[in-house]
Ligand binder design. Structure first.
Ligand code: SAM
Length: 251
């Protein structure tokens, strides 16, 4: 509970967790649960080139390549990118263009400008200081073309913080395979426990972003307009969405 550090993400996504995640969460089922929400949104806005800044094991990058977008796949973790590269070949016959880059220094390591940047899978929650969040958003902003968009999703932490923290609420990810439960929650830390069917347990520490706070930060770094959607049928179980998706327009 003491670890509230932005740089910690490289130690949390250890190979055991990453491999297990990928072997259990059937990509086809994940595709179905997410639907074509992101692809439709990007197509509607005439997007051609995309920078996936939170590639992870490659799920979104492969999906975007399948849909015909020119996609560059970045992540701060070399282990994740290695797995993403293999998954690109395995799931889509794609050779992913991968770049190892931390969001806080994105412009130093990634070149070019993009129609869209995607930061998906509740990834922005890994930043623990406001300074890092502002810095990352400013880097994303700078890498977009003048009419570019940032698409960033996050868990609905407002519901967790406001309703009171309860370990009784279990979020099932893609059906019943992985149980995701908050184990500890305060204004500065949400520690999630992931239990797999073989009873192995992993943890991730996250910063509980409030929806309006994320929107405000986006506006403050210069995005002109931010639209927020509730959920995309990802893990929707109750009247409240489990996820929010922000679409921030540069101009
Ligand atoms: N989009 C993918 C998905 O949904 O399957 C992967 C999301 S995964 C939850 C989050 C990813 O963000 C991890 O691969 C992690 O290495 C990366 N990440 C976290 N903080 C980062 C940072 N400061 N700079 C670059 N990558 C970071």
């Amino acid at each position: 509970m003491e670890v509230r550090d932005t740089g910690h993400y490289t130690e949390e996504y250890i190979p055991g967790f990453v491999e297990k995640w990928d072997s259990l969460i059937d990509w086809e089922r994940r595709r179905q649960s997410e639907g074509s929400f992101f692809v439709d949104l990007l197509r509607k806005r005439g997007v051609k080139s995309i920078l996936d800044v939170a590639t992870g094991t490659g799920f979104h990058s492969v999906r975007l390549l399948d849909a015909g977008f020119e996609t560059v796949s970045a992540d701060g973790s070399a282990d994740m990118l290695a797995q993403a590269f293999d998954n690109g070949v395995r799931y889509g016959n794609h050779i992913l263009r991968v770049v190892q880059a931390d969001w806080r220094w994105l412009n130093r390591d990634v070149h070019g400008q993009y129609d869209a940047i995607v930061c998906l899978g509740n990834s922005f929650t890994h930043l623990f200081s406001e300074r890092d969040r502002r810095r990352a958003l400013a880097e994303f902003y700078a890498m977009l073309k003048h009419d570019g968009i940032l698409v960033l999703d996050q868990r609905n932490y407002d519901a967790m913080l406001d309703r009171g923290f309860s370990t009784k609420h279990t979020y099932y990810y893609c059906g019943e395979d992985v149980a995701v439960e908050p184990e500890y929650l305060d204004d500065g830390l949400c520690r999630m426990r992931y239990t797999f069917p073989d009873d192995s347990v992993y943890h991730l520490n996250m910063f509980p972003l409030r929806k309006d706070y994320t929107r405000r930060l986006m506006t403050e770094v210069g995005f002109q307009h931010v639209e927020t959607y509730g959920d995309f049928q990802h893990t929707y179980r109750e009247e409240q969405p489990d996820f929010f998706v922000h679409v921030a327009e540069k101009e």
